[in-house]
Design a protein around this ligand. Structure first.
Ligand code: PLP
Length: 426
């Protein structure tokens, strides 16, 4: 076993056998000592257009040849063009700052959300609310925004500045709360903490890491209303859901709301270069500027011209090839196929949205759901399909440009794996 693999096994709780991926083309990867497999989780939820997309390779090469680096204190034509494009995709009147990763984008968003209230003469509004089954990164302050304790390298937040409120799904019963219940719970939390103490609320439109938590329709609209009522900055984390994965450019657009801050990463470059971004409503930006709030955030590699060029090309491809619409079509295919598994005694629930789907397992014949999920994930890989497994759930979020044949093949590998393992555990 390699030293790297040892580290992952010791500290990251990965139960899967060591997997060395040697090359990839499209959604397919070659695995050392094993048969090729389809990347049903888009690498780590980022490889939106698969490996070695010829147009992305060309754009990357050309960008490298033209300008291999640009200081964050300067601009490049690509960084300017991307910020304008993001503004257009978001619906206009957003100001964008580049970052490096989803975690660092969320840290920036948190900082901005707090400084906004300081600028407006309400410095006591500092508390950050987020959901108990959420993931917003595991670095710096972002790890405390994250609801899952296991992902906090530094352990529990030692200040009451980070408060985790209930997700839209009851983790014990599996029931999705109604909008009325969610409103009551949130109003209760806000009243206990005091709205005058709360700076922001972070939310993922679909909680992918939390096991694909799909909230009821109207959820983001409700959060928008509550945030307006209590003067709370609404930060929508589109690190996974952004750039077409939900069937629209951004998932919040399906609820017709306007967030105060949007954070992005992963799919922004279709997973081919580290780049992230924070887009802030121009009205908030203007408040910060009017009050001369210090916001000097200089990260050496943020807004790298090569990353911005790839991002522009990736967006062009998604737009030109109608991939947002394709996601909606594929979503129905995945749903129909997964529904066929519902009669399996190992399956508790099928749920998902866009290109983000989950199969949740239940305890069966003395085997725990997490054990069954791990076994199914291993079997999927043997069947030629890489899925993610955690907490008794397997998750997929395939590349947006998956072909119909690949989608069929991926689903067949998963369905067969569930049937094989259910049979084996009989
Ligand atoms: N936000 C969400 C919703 C994520 O899923 C992730 C990563 O999985 C992050 C933020 C953190 O992104 P990164 O790993 O690039 O720091």
């Amino acid at each position: 076993m390699s030293a790297l693999s040892q580290w992952i096994e010791d500290f990251e709780g990965n139960e899967m056998p060591e997997t060395i991926i040697t090359s990839g083309k499209g959604g397919w990867v070659n695995i050392q000592g094993s048969k090729p497999a389809y990347e049903a989780v888009s690498g780590h939820s980022c490889l939106n257009l698969g490996h070695a997309h010829p147009e992305l390779v060309k754009s990357m090469t050309e960008a490298m040849e033209t300008l291999s680096y640009c200081s964050p204190e300067h601009l490049s034509p690509a960084s300017i063009a991307l910020s304008a494009k993001l503004d257009e995709l978001l619906g206009g009147d957003f100001m964008t700052k580049y970052s490096l990763s989803g975690s660092s984008a969320n840290e920036t968003a948190l900082s901005i959300a707090r400084r906004r209230w300081r600028a407006l003469g309400k410095p006591e509004k500092t508390v950050c609310l987020s959901l108990d089954r959420s993931y917003h990164g595991n670095l710096g302050q972002a790890q405390f925004v994250t609801g899952f304790e296991a992902f906090r390298v530094e352990g529990r937040p030692d200040s009451p500045e980070f408060i985790h409120v209930s997700s839209a799904r009851n983790a014990d019963t599996g029931a999705t709360y109604t909008l009325d219940e969610i409103e009551q719970q949130l109003e209760q939390s806000i009243s206990t903490i005091g709205a005058d103490k709360i700076a922001c609320l972070f939310v993922e439109p679909i909680g992918f890491a939390g096991g694909v938590i799909v909230p009821p329709k109207g959820y983001l609209k409700l959060l928008r209303t509550l945030c307006d009522k209590h003067e709370i900055t609404l930060v929508v984390d589109e690190v996974i859901t952004g750039f077409g994965r939900s069937g629209t450019w951004f998932a919040f657009q399906q609820e017709g709301i306007r967030p105060d801050i949007v954070t992005m990463g992963k799919g922004i470059t279709a997973g081919c270069f580290p780049l992230a971004a924070v887009s802030v409503d121009k009205a908030i930006y203007d408040d910060l500027r009017a009050h001369k709030v210090p916001l000097k955030m200089v990260i050496t590699m943020a807004g790298h011209p090569v990353g911005c060029s790839i991002a522009l090309k990736a967006i062009e491809i998604v737009e030109r090839d109608g991939l947002c619409q394709q996601v909606t079509v594929n979503s129905q295919l995945i749903h129909a196929k997964f529904e066929q598994l519902i009669h399996q005694p190992t399956i508790f629930e099928v749920r998902g949205f866009g290109h983000m789907w989950a199969l949740e397992f239940c305890e069966y014949n003395g085997h725990t759901a997490p054990h069954i999920a791990e076994k199914v994930a291993q079997q999927c890989q043997e069947n030629g399909c890489i899925v993610a497994a955690a907490d008794g759930v397997i998750r997929i979020n395939p590349p947006l440009n998956i072909s119909v044949e690949e989608c069929d093949g991926m689903l067949l590998a998963i369905v067969e794996a569930v049937e094989q393992i259910s049979h084996e555990l009989l």
